[in-house]
Design a protein around this ligand. Structure first.
Ligand code: ADP
Ligand code: TRP
Length: 321
């Protein structure tokens, strides 16, 4: 089984990225041949500062390796080190109906939020389809918001196969039900674009402030809260605290007499503890950037060795060779 996933280097990684994408991806590296990459080409649709891209790319590499990605077990690389992705994207783009891309919610959302709709942003799902198809991927672990892009991938792959003969493997999305959407500090989906994130790594004081700023309602401390399971801090505690802790806090909220301040403090402590080891590992890696570069370079070699023959297969199928 071949597993593939990518993440854009568009800013520091947050708990949504970790529980929605990184942790499942890291667990999956045990179950098959995993390919994970940093989608730096994709980041060009929304980040227009070269130094920022360079820094973000390095940060994502450090975050991923610190969180347990094992370069011995999986292939870890930078998308632009395998330019075959972009050639395949062209082959696919000619078979992608405009309407299919026009229906993509992620595109519509980004434009609604004020991103200028450049062609790359519109064609984003086609490059993503190429990322997936070029490795004959079977399983693509992603958050719920990316499911539609996997459907586009399957549609385009099927169209290519019908027109030019069997060429591509049809991938399946893998979405973890229990952490499908991690809530942010305001209760909406946690996302860089909503400025409601809690990052995995960073300055302790700032992160604490962030958690203490979680938006709660105005009910008094004594009041029982029958809807305690909806509380954002409870939902986050379920992710970062050991078994049972969130339930205990939930029960206390339900009973009344338990304040939001205490709850948030407890959330911060569990969150800080949850990433203790990773924090240590990240600082070791940051002091050894040559090692990180060598991992990405080796990853790119391994990825290209798989991507080249698949691209060749597609070129032959459609008559370029
Ligand atoms: P952001 O919304 O912050 O820009 P990305 O779109 O770069 O995050 O997401 C990177 C990966 O993390 C994707 O697989 C996405 O589905 C997952 N992800 C992001 N935010 C969340 C969230 N709040 N809950 C679950 N998964 C998420
Ligand atoms: N679009 C994905 C995101 O924003 C990142 C991505 C790019 C990706 N190519 C991919 C994810 C291929 C899975 C497979 O999260």
């Amino acid at each position: 089984m071949r597993i593939l996933s990518g993440i854009q280097p568009s800013g520091a990684l947050h708990l949504g990225n970790y529980f929605g994408m990184m942790r499942p991806a890291i667990e999956l590296q045990e179950q098959g041949e995993a390919f994970y990459f940093i989608a730096d080409y994709h980041s060009m649709t929304s980040v227009f500062d070269a130094e920022e891209r360079r820094q973000n790319t390095l940060d994502v590499a450090l975050d991923f390796l610190a969180c347990g990605l094992d370069p011995e077990r999986c292939v870890f690389f930078k998308q632009s080190d395998v330019p075959e992705h972009t050639e395949l994207a062209w082959l696919l783009t000619t078979l992608t109906p405009m309407g299919l891309l026009e229906r993509c919610v992620s595109y519509k959302d980004k434009v609604a939020r004020g991103l200028s709709p450049n062609h790359g942003l519109f064609a984003y799902p086609v490059l993503m389809a190429a990322d997936i198809l070029i490795y004959d991927s079977n399983v693509v672990p992603v958050g719920k918001d990316q499911k539609q892009h996997i459907e586009v991938t399957r549609d385009v792959a099927m169209k290519f196969n019908q027109l030019y003969g069997e060429c591509f493997v049809l991938p399946e999305p893998q979405i973890r039900g229990d952490v499908a959407v991690v809530p942010g500090t305001d209760g909406q989906k946690m996302s860089k674009s909503y400025d409601n994130t809690i990052n995995i790594f960073g300055d302790e004081k700032r992160l604490k402030k962030r958690i203490m700023s979680l938006v709660m309602d105005s009910r008094g401390m004594e009041e029982p809260k029958p809807d305690a399971d909806q509380n954002i801090a409870i939902q986050l505690l379920k992710l970062v605290a050991p078994e049972g802790v969130a339930q205990e806090c939930e029960d206390q909220l339900r009973a009344g007499g338990y304040g939001y301040g205490t709850l948030k403090k407890s959330l911060f402590e569990h969150y800080w503890e949850c990433f203790r080891e990773q924090r240590q590992k990240r600082s070791e890696l940051a002091a050894n950037l040559d090692y990180v570069d060598s991992i990405l370079a080796e990853g790119a070699d391994k990825a290209r060795a798989v991507a080249r023959p698949v691209l060749k297969r597609a070129r032959v199928a459609c008559g370029l060779e």
